[in-house]
Design a protein around this ligand. Structure first.
Ligand code: AMP
Length: 358
């Protein structure tokens, strides 16, 4: 696939902050973005050259969009696979509809990962109460029940401590198709971000250690403090997944690390990721710029880290601290321009960069 040079128009499906950061990186390379999103408030539209507001199922709008751009990517992983499949023959599209399909279904995702000889939590698909009883018996307690689809930031999942709480959790999700996972007694959560081009060339960023609260990412710390062997295993897992998916663009693998140093794959995010926001301020090429480069067929940029970083999300009212954060030495403030503030909503982030120690 030949490169699309500066002046190219890049379409982005999804209008959130990830799209905003992709568009900002693209603009620096002379690439104009056109955001396609159904939602009213779309932080990406503030910084894009063009925008279409339409549902992902509107084929007329999608066909027009495909004619107006040279390539299309996603910033939202739950874009319907049908939308991706509709656009794929009409424009350069990455990542592929097939890759999205794997990442959108937790059972397909974990089966795919296990098929590559990589570990995940033990799991079982749950469609009925009988499935749930069988799965609870097989996997034991505690366990976690999650919807197969459309869960994010801890939504649509519950920790199960008894058969009764399992039944209640299944009822609470309306007995939607689900997955039961054995609880992983991890000592750390981490993520590794890789970027892969059309030619199969790939690069990886330093592994981040992630702290969650209530299922939402609070903080990412790099370097991770994990052993070199663990970090190498994490990177190798992500490369194996990206290669097997024939992935083009930036891909994130979320991991559990056990006391024995085992690396288990929790989730594949087929996109740029919150735990990689630090790369804007402390990597030679950010995850967003490398994503744009990959999709357009440019050489991938250096992922070398230029400092030690802590990235903290500003959730809900925390963004009101902006004045103090703006005054803090070494703090890089990012605000997403969201007008509607809600508890737990990602309003911005702040990255603190210190000189590199290791
Ligand atoms: P997820 O939506 O799958 O990324 O899960 C959100 C968070 O819930 C993770 O970051 C973990 O902190 C926790 N979690 C999810 N699955 C498991 C599991 N199988 N064992 C232990 N903790 C889990």
């Amino acid at each position: 696939m030949g490169p699309l040079g500066p002046g190219a128009r890049l379409g982005i499906l999804g209008g959130g902050q990830l799209g905003r950061m992709i568009a900002l990186a693209a603009a620096r390379l002379g690439v104009k973005c056109h955001v396609f999103a159904p939602e009213g408030e779309a932080p990406a539209c503030d910084v894009a050259a063009a925008a279409t507001r339409a549902p992902y199922t509107d084929e007329d709008a999608l066909a027009r969009f495909a004619e107006q751009v040279d390539a299309v990517t996603i910033e939202f992983e739950n874009v319907p696979v049908e939308t991706a499949a509709f656009l794929e023959p009409r424009t350069r599209f990455a990542p592929s509809a097939d890759a999205l399909a794997v990442a959108q279904d937790r059972v397909a995702e974990k089966s795919f990962v296990n098929g590559l000889s990589l570990q995940t939590a033990l799991f079982a698909p749950v469609s009925t109460t009988a499935d749930l009883d069988g799965a609870l018996k097989r996997l034991g307690l505690p366990a976690i029940l999650k919807t197969r689809r459309l869960g994010y930031d801890g939504k649509g999942q519950a920790r199960i401590k008894s058969a009764e709480s399992g039944h209640a959790a299944f009822a609470a999700i309306g007995e939607a198709p689900a997955i039961l996972e054995a609880f992983v007694p991890f000592v750390a959560e981490a993520s590794v971000i890789v970027c892969r081009g059309w030619d199969g060339a790939h690069v990886a960023y330093d592994v981040a250690r992630n702290l969650h609260a209530g299922g939402i990412l609070r903080e990412s710390v790099v370097p991770s403090g994990l052993s070199r062997t663990t970090e190498e295993a994490a990177r190798a897992a992500a490369f194996r997944i990206a290669d097997a998916l024939g992935f083009v663009g930036t891909l994130t693998v979320e991991l559990f690390i056990t006391a024995e140093g085992d690396v288990l794959v929790n989730e594949i995010a087929p996109r740029v990721h919150n735990s990689g926001h630090w790369t804007i301020d402390a990597a030679e090429t950010s995850q967003f710029e490398n994503h744009v480069r990959a999709v357009l067929g440019w050489p991938l940029g250096s992922t070398r880290r230029t400092g030690d970083v802590v990235m903290r999300n500003l959730l809900g009212a925390e963004a009101a601290e902006w004045r103090a954060l703006a005054a803090r030495e070494g703090a890089r403030l990012h605000l997403y321009g969201k007008e509607e503030m809600a508890t737990g909503r990602k309003m911005g982030h702040v990255t603190e960069v210190r000189p590199r120690q290791m």
